[in-house]
Design a protein around this ligand. Sequence first.
Ligand code: IMP
Length: 200
Amino acid sequence: MSQKKIKEIFIGSNNKGKLKEIVDLLPKRLKISSNLDYKIPSPKETGTTFEQNSFLKAKYFSKKTNKISMSDDSGIEIDILDKKPGVYSADWAGKKRNFNIAIKKVYQEIFKKDKNWKKKKIKARFICVLTIFWPDGKFVSRRGKIEGQISNSKKGVNGFGYDPIFIPKGRKLTFGELDPKKKYKIDHRFNAFKKIKKFF
Ligand code: IMP
């Protein structure tokens, strides 16, 4: 498919952690605008898959701005919790998006499943679906993931969301402890971005 390279893009996200990470991934020559400039409220995430929510956000922000728009839908799947919180990862943090509450809930739910969980490997993964939506209705969506496990306790202050309780496979530190520049080069968002970077 012959494809004109994107020169200007709107990043449709009201999550500052995500926004920072996405801007860091994009080529520096790109003209980037975001909710920090436009203050557009986010749409309701009515989908039941990362793909559906990523698509509906990218389309919504493209229609609002009349620009090519990129959105991310992401979350953490915890195997012992039957892949919850998954697409509802943000909801577990409540209306005020307090991730101390979300993390407490994760630990409570894991404990309910297995009282000895701290002695075991609790497998989890972060998933990210990035969608680019063009004003003419064309779109592309790609999924990325990173496997890992849940840490026995909250560690580190870097990043956002569930970063302090996720240890990527093959490492000892949580994403909360890892230097953000290192996280950005291995995580679910980077893995999704690699699959769409040819558009930039
Ligand atoms: P949504 O995509 O707006 O539904 O929100 C996804 C939620 O998943 C975020 O609010 C974060 O809590 C969580 N999440 C997604 N990616 C990451 C990450 O890289 N680190 C930590 N938490 C994440």
